[in-house]
Design a protein around this ligand. Structure first.
Ligand SMILES: Nc1nc2c(c(=O)[nH]1)N[C@H]1C(S)=C(S)[C@@H](COP(=O)(O)O)O[C@H]1N2
Ligand SMILES: [Mo]
Length: 369
């Protein structure tokens, strides 16, 4: 009986079905963008065998991942406002009216828990903080299906209400001001972080976890040569780049050999999965020139292998659309200088429309299959 009277304590006039519907629509859009860009990122990194991603547009991954991360940050105030608006419903009495109502509430529970989990783990990931026992990538990936599935069910359940409020104006000036404030908070959150990927907004990126110019040679680094334990092996005068596998003639090239091959300069971004990105000028040898020189087939799958011994990103696959692209280089120089050890000296991969985790550094072998 006590519970029955609780909703009376929620006296704020700012709450209304229309306000909740409006916030719900904004969240529906932002979660759709996050889900689509998240799946794109996942299947770019783990493509099924039949999937050949195009290497163009050059900046596609940079844009989708920037949207994913900056959009996720902007979603935080939206979600908080929505939860505040609907939270008196938690004390609805009786809590379960029917089996259908129970199922509806279960999906809302999944949706709220999933949405909070995605935003919290996403934010901690871009801050490189992992205080949990599970792997971020798997957890964030699978929870996305649960959350988005629950969202679809919720939208279907609430559709009658949403439609009623979709094209109507919020008349009450206080409620309008509330919605404007929430939208402004979302916009501000985006504005002070977007500069980590949108270079013209760089100066405003005061809350971005990564300054886009902070690092050796003015470019950020995720894993340093020291952390990768390659500081010795990359300076070894006996260094040779091996091109092996399904080729007519295996190659073993010294750094001097590499610099004698035709050099090309391209402008391409490093676009990290964590949302920061910067465009750099890279100079080096086209990967396709090397594969052709060794006599690899045009539809071969190429794997570049780092001198790094362990680590999740020590190898990456370069499928035909990418290695045949003239912009794909085994880079020796960045912005006119020899690569810093932290940027992958002596040789690193750089290819268009590709996540940072697949721009392998400290390459020792190119394997053709
Ligand atoms: N061998 C190796 N290459 C790697 C990594 C790594 O851990 N090991 N990190 C990747 C990640 S996550 C990113 S974002 C880019 C960053 O390149 P940069 O350090 O030159 O900016 O390198 C990639 N190349
Ligand atoms: Mo990255």
């Amino acid at each position: 009986m006590i519970l029955r009277t609780l909703p009376d304590r929620f006296t704020s006039r700012l709450r209304s079905e229309r306000v909740a519907a409006r916030l719900g629509i904004w969240l529906g859009v932002s979660f759709t963008v996050a889900f689509a860009t998240g799946l794109f990122s996942h299947f770019t990194q783990h493509p099924p065998a039949w999937l050949l991603w195009p290497s163009r547009p050059v900046n596609l991954y940079r844009v989708t991942q920037g949207l994913h991360v900056v959009g996720g940050i902007a979603t935080v105030p939206l979600l908080l406002a929505k939860l505040w608006t609907v939270y008196p419903k938690l004390w609805q009495w009786p809590p379960l009216r029917s089996a259908g109502h129970a199922a509806e509430r279960l999906f809302v529970l999944l949706l709220v828990a999933g949405a909070l989990f995605q935003l919290v783990t996403g934010l901690m990931n871009i801050a490189y903080t992992y205080p949990w026992p599970f792997g971020f990538v798997q957890a964030h990936y699978w929870t996305a299906y649960v959350t988005y599935g629950a969202l679809v069910v919720h939208v279907v359940n609430e559709w009658a209400k949403v439609r009623r409020h979709l094209w109507t104006r919020v008349e009450d000036p206080d409620r309008r001001r509330f919605l404007t404030t929430v939208a402004a908070a979302a916009g501000l959150a985006a504005l002070v972080t977007a500069g980590e990927t949108l270079t013209p907004l760089e100066r405003l990126a005061v809350l971005a976890p990564r300054g886009p110019r902070i690092g050796p040679q003015g470019v950020p680094v995720n894993k340093t040569a020291l952390a990768a334990q390659v500081t010795g092996v990359i300076r070894d005068p006996a260094y040779r780049l091996a091109v092996t596998g399904a080729v007519r003639a295996e190659l073993s090239l010294s750094l001097a050999d590499l610099t004698r091959l035709p050099q090309h300069t391209v402008r391409l971004p490093i676009a990290c999965v964590e949302g920061w990105s910067v465009e750099c000028e890279w100079t080096g040898v086209r990967l396709r020139d090397l594969v052709r020189l060794a006599g690899g087939a045009p539809d071969a799958v190429v794997t570049v292998e780092s001198l790094e011994r362990a680590g999740s990103y020590r190898v990456s696959e370069v499928r035909p659309p990418h290695w045949n692209d003239p912009l794909t280089l085994l880079a020796l120089r960045i912005n006119g200088q020899v690569l810093d050890a932290d940027h992958g000296y002596p040789v690193r991969l750089v290819a268009p429309n590709r996540p940072g985790v697949m721009q392998t550094k400290w390459i020792g072998r190119v394997r053709v299959a």
